[in-house]
Design a binder for this molecule. Sequence first.
Ligand code: FMN
Length: 148
Amino acid sequence: MPTDKIPVYFYSSKSGMVRLFAERLDRPVFDLSDRAVRRSVPDGPWVLLTPSYKTGNVNNDTIPEPIKRFLRDPITRRRLIGIMGSGNRNFGEHYQAAARTIARASGRPILLEFELQGTQWDVADAKRILAELDESAHQPTIGTSLSE
Ligand SMILES: Cc1cc2nc3c(=O)[nH]c(=O)nc-3n(C[C@H](O)[C@H](O)[C@H](O)COP(=O)(O)O)c2cc1C
């Protein structure tokens, strides 16, 4: 697999829906449940793929802990270029809360939102969006700014 594809870092719980989606993207994907992955720093632009989990605590904190830990590193945060979210509309106002909260805090765009493990069309959309990002990341001027 060519290494010039922007990698996707994801977290997935035991139900594994985000993992199923990630594995269909035909590009390097890294599982943030793995401690070694969580402790690494992406060497260029990367995309985050996250589910949302409403915990019911006072802050209504839905961001999975491994993602929070990974985002503690300022270089990792700087190299993040966008977010994809998996959620479930049954959660109403909390739909995609993790992806949206991270997007707001980081100033990075939500690239795609889908439900559960995603449909074949969601996978196709994700592939297209990521391929466009691959292209722009390899144009010298944009590439330089993205990887800083
Ligand atoms: C306990 C629980 C809480 C959830 N909370 C939310 C939520 O607040 N917002 C949302 O959009 N989806 C919520 N979901 C749906 C998951 O984000 C969605 O099913 C996702 O695909 C799970 O990915 P995973 O199986 O890889 O962990 C919740 C699911 C569960 C089981």
